[in-house]
Design a protein around this ligand. Sequence first.
Ligand SMILES: Nc1ncnc2c1ncn2[C@@H]1O[C@H](COP(=O)(O)OP(=O)(O)O)[C@@H](O)[C@H]1O
Ligand SMILES: [Mg+2]
Length: 265
Amino acid sequence: MLKILRVSKIFNPGSINEKVALQNISLHLQPGDVVNIIGSNGAGKTTVLNVVTGACPVNAGAILLKGQAIQSLPEHIRAAKMGRVFQDPLMGTAATMTIEENLALALRRGSRRRIRWGITTKDRALFRERLSLLGLELENRLKDKVGLLSGGQRQALTLLMATIATPQLLLLDEHTAALDPKTGEKVLKLTAKIIKAFQLTTLMVTHNLEQALQFGNRTVMMHEGRIILDLKGERRQRTSVKELLALFQQASGKTMDCDRLLLAK
Ligand SMILES: Nc1ncnc2c1ncn2[C@@H]1O[C@H](COP(=O)(O)OP(=O)(O)O)[C@@H](O)[C@H]1O
Ligand SMILES: [Mg+2]
């Protein structure tokens, strides 16, 4: 499904600000894989997502989605293949637009004809159906401005927007980190529900180690631009948060430092 092949990313090469963000990274995802990425601040987690979307060109290596090289695809085609949710609930949605306008934009993302502004009855039926999945009663608020919603509601809506055109890949970047723990938990449950309903192959960056071991089927640990651990199957099931931290220390020679590192819920 997704193949990251020996990818390196260097910011500001040749200058005093040169930063090697990814060093010869390889990662293969099977269809339906739900992979958690953990690691210290600056490990390169967000950069992995940025090179996968093609937002950030690579210095070496290749990224293949269903066998096609991502870099050679035009942006609107790439956009249609991937849905992304950022940490900041304000980033994924337009506050001054209504819920249905936001969803309509997301639905037409990647279409060449861009925005034909008519929202059809069929569109609205789809929006209501998807919104009701959230259990937040937003299906009755299609014409409300998104600026009226809470952070958790906005993040849930962003998740729907990211998945409404059924992407081949869902990319989540600490998308529950800015929410209070209870709301974060709720949004994570919705995430699991949506991933399952549409069988989405997913790459999720998280700062919650417990979550990283429980959510999805694989846990990848990064340090200084490299993948230092890839846990799946039985071995992953047997691993505790404490062991995860010990494995990090063993592989990196350091203790994991992350501003918002959560050892438990
Ligand atoms: N646009 C950029 N320009 C220069 N350096 C960058 C840029 N984006 C990220 N970096 C650097 O690359 C490294 C990895 O960053 P990032 O992928 O955001 O880490 P993480 O998400 O794991 O915290 C960091 O040292 C960061 O400062
Ligand atoms: Mg990051």
